[in-house]
Design a protein around this ligand. Structure first.
Ligand code: ZN
Length: 176
């Protein structure tokens, strides 16, 4: 298990369409999942997608938990999400703040579907179907975008809804 370097905005890997995972049980993919988890934990993130460590595969980790970066996040086990599909999306959209390990120091207000129905394979290769809402649905949509070369800053409605991490901490987390 290795902590890997995180690709930053400007790296073409973040703009590529990732390839489906063919053999989930292979050592290569199992190690990739371990590396993603090892890279995510010390970065205080709630999700990471394989393209963010320069591996262009349709695979990401969702790991919601309260942290300094996301104090309101619900607690859940880090989950490997492989070859995900979004089956349906609620009409209702919600805007909330997002950040990204590949876009350090910046937060943006991003509209997302409030709930989604999703299907993916877990790391054992078993097909899972889930209905996700609110924060976890937001993480899923953010990570899913990475598989299609989309970054959250592409989805803000106005550049005026981009702020620095420092201001985010002061104004939104501390409630100023
Ligand atoms: Zn991201």
């Amino acid at each position: 298990m290795n902590i890997r370097e995180i690709a930053q905005l400007g790296n073409p890997v973040l703009r590529s369409i990732a390839l489906p995972v063919e053999n989930i049980e292979s050592d290569r993919i199992q190690k990739l999942i371990d590396d993603l988890m090892a890279t995510l934990a010390p970065a205080n993130g709630v999700g990471i997608a394989a393209p963010q460590i320069a591996e262009s595969y349709r695979l990401f980790i969702v790991a919601s938990r309260p942290s300094l970066r996301y104090p309101q996040a619900p607690e859940m086990e880090p989950t490997a999400t492989i070859n995900p599909r979004i089956i349906s999306r609620s009409e209702e959209m919600v805007k909330d703040w997002e950040g990204c390990l590949s876009v350090p120091g910046i937060r943006g207000l991003v509209p997302r579907h409030r709930s989604i129905e999703v299907e993916y394979s877990d790391r054992q290769g078993k097909l899972q179907r889930r209905e996700l809402t609110d924060f976890v649905a937001r993480i899923f949509q953010h990570e899913y975008d990475h598989l299609d070369g989309i970054v959250f800053v592409d989805r803000v409605e106005s550049t005026r809804e981009l702020i620095t991490e420092d201001e985010y901490q002061k104004r939104i987390v501390d409630g100023l």
